[in-house]
Structure formats: C-alpha cells, structure tokens
Design a protein around this ligand. Structure first.
Ligand code: 13P
Length: 341
C-alpha cells in the first residue's frame, strides 16, 4: 500500500476552498428525481444531464473531486469525449460510488445494510485503471422508536471499514459515509446522540480493520432536527452541535470531513457549513468541507428540465451553488450571495 499517495490524494480532495460534487445517484435514484420534474427516465437523458454537469465552465475552481456512478464513468459527451477526460482536463479528481445500495436487513425491520463487498476488490482495480482515485460507500441509519439498533450500526460500521481497507489496498481514498437520515420527528439532540454513537463504532471498526485514517475522508450528516420535528434547531445550533459531536468522535489524524446535504435546502446547507467554519477555524484539526449532491445540483436540475435550451442557465446555477459552498467552507458565505447582491 502506498500510504503517501493515499494521504496526498485525501489532502488534495479537501485542499484550499474546494469541496466535492456528488453526482453518483444510481439509475433508480436519478430516475426518481427526473420523474418528479417530468424529465424522461432514459439513459440518454441521464447522459445529457451528466454532460451538462461535467462541462460546466470553471467548475474546477470550486470542486476538487466528483463522485460518479458506474454508468456515468463509462459515458461520453455527445462529441465522443469521455466524461473522465473532461473532468481530468479541468483538474477535477475522479471518484466512484462502489456500494450496491442499502438493502433490507434480515432480523432488523425498517433498517438497512449496505451491500457490495462481494467482488469489490476486482471492481476497485478496474476503476483504478480507468483513472478513479477515490471511492464512496454510503451506509444508512434511521432514527425511530428503538432505532437504529446496535446490530444495524455494527454491521454497517464493519462493512464500511472492510470497504475502506479494500479501497486503500487498491490505492483509492475511501469516502466513509455513515448517513443518519434527516427524515423523522426526532429532536436535534437525539440526532446528536445517534450520530456520536455511530461515529464511535465506525472509527473502532476502521481501527480494527487497519485502515489508515490519514488516507480517508469522512462524509457525515450534520446534527439536525428531524424534518418533522416541530422544534427546528437554528443555523448556529446546528453548527455548534455538529462540531461538538465531531470533536468527540473523529480522530484528528483524519484528513478531512466533507458533509452530505441529505435533503437540506441549498441555502441552509451552505449557511450551516459556513457557521461551522466561522466557529471552528482555529480548533478543528480537520478541514470541514462539502460533498453535496442535491444541495449543489437541485436548482440546476429544476432549471434544465430536460431541455437543451436551458443548459446554460442550469450550468450557471450549478456553478453558483458550488461557489456558495466554496465560500461557506471558508466562513465567507453570505445569504446575499443567493440573490447575487
Ligand atoms: P446529498 O448531498 O444529496 O445527500 O448526496 C450526497 C451523497 O453522496 C449521498 O450518498
């Protein structure tokens, strides 16, 4: 294992003002988002949408790495240029989602275990040969009555750690994503307790599986009130609780933390990331940045609506969200940026 190469890649992914763009929705998830907007759910529309994203001018100023899906990593622009080449030419590092999705977990009603370890070593080798330098695996935890269970947390944590070890063996930096879902009536403090418990077990497992912590990126949820909780935490409360939770659970050897957006609006995701960076610039040992999917893409997807004539406007919206988040990771985001003032 080339440790230095892993550390260098991890550091590049969280360098300066940049963050990650998650554009790795599986086909069913991408189709679901298209269906909501009446966009045809075909391979060609998915390709055209991903072409819009990867050809957005100046994206590399704010985005260090892009996470692709298996279909997308093999696709090309209409003129035949592989997406891989387009991204590499803009200085964006290639990443790939390698899990096979969260599936119902036996003996654990309403909980999931993420699958995809079988054959992973071979798949990682293929992706590395194609030019990928990092990978992503998402585990999903739900807060509810007596949930998440210890069995679900432990199984997902061990799976994440085994994935991470295989990635590092193949020379890829693993993004370790244990997502505690935003859906539910839970309070912010319940989210904080569950997130801390999950992260503690994830890091125990990473240690047990001999994962090099300097060569990973952690992709956690922020500590939020459940979407249906009547009492919603303020931006400052989210920043404080999230940073406190991470300081208690994440070893300082970890190179960087890149949050998922998890269904927050673009504005709130930026404002909360900004508040964290304002609060902790001095005390946090790791970079605190973004690895957003919906919070970067959603406005662009809505503007595009599947129409060629909307591509430029959609690209401007995508770049705008990337720029807002780059500002937020430096504590320089202002709500006025949303109105262009
Ligand atoms: P969201 O930011 O839309 O949650 O997507 C991030 C991601 O990669 C989920 O796995």
């Amino acid at each position: 294992m080339n440790e230095q190469k892993l550390i260098d890649t991890a550091k590049m992914l969280v360098a300066s003002n940049k963050g990650l763009l998650a554009m790795d929705e599986s086909n069913p998830t991408c189709n679901k988002r298209f269906a909501k907007l009446g966009i045809p759910q075909t391979e060609e529309y998915r390709r055209a949408y991903r072409e819009l994203i990867v050809t957005t001018p100046c994206l590399g100023e704010f985005i260090s790495g892009a996470i692709l899906y298996d279909e997308t990593i093999r696709q090309q622009k209409k003129d035949g240029t592989p997406f891989l080449q387009v991204l590499t030419d803009t200085g964006i590092i290639l990443g790939i989602k390698v899990d096979k999705g969260a599936k119902a977990m036996a003996g654990h009603p309403n909980e999931t275990i993420t699958e995809g370890l079988d054959g992973l070593r071979d798949r990682l080798q293929e992706y590395a040969q194609m030019g990928a330098r990092f990978a992503k695996w998402r585990a999903v935890l739900t807060i509810g009555d007596d949930l998440p269970s210890r069995g679900c947390i432990e199984a997902n944590a061990q799976t994440l750690a085994r994935y991470a070890a295989l990635c590092q063996e193949a020379g890829l930096v693993p993004i370790v994503e244990p997502e505690v879902l935003i859906e539910g009536v839970h309070t912010q403090s319940q989210c904080g307790e569950v997130t801390a418990a999950v992260l503690q077990i994830v890091f125990q497992q990473l240690y047990t599986q001999r994962v090099l912590l300097e060569g990973i990126i952690l992709k956690p949820n922020m500590v939020l009130s459940g979407l249906s909780c009547p009492q919603q935490a303020s931006v400052e409360e989210v920043a404080a609780a999230t940073v406190q939770c991470l300081l208690r659970t994440v070893p300082s050897a970890v190179s960087g933390i890149a949050f998922l957006s998890g269904g927050q609006s673009s504005e709130l995701a930026s404002a909360r990331l900004n508040a964290m960076n304002l609060r902790v610039k001095a005390q946090a040992p790791w970079a605190l940045t973004f690895s957003f999917g919906r919070a970067i893409q959603q406005p662009a997807l809505e503007l595009w609506h599947g129409k060629e004539s909307n591509v430029l406007a959609a690209q401007q919206a995508l770049l705008h969200q990337a720029k807002c988040n780059a500002a937020a990771r430096q504590g320089e985001y202002k709500a006025a940026m949303e109105t262009g003032s």
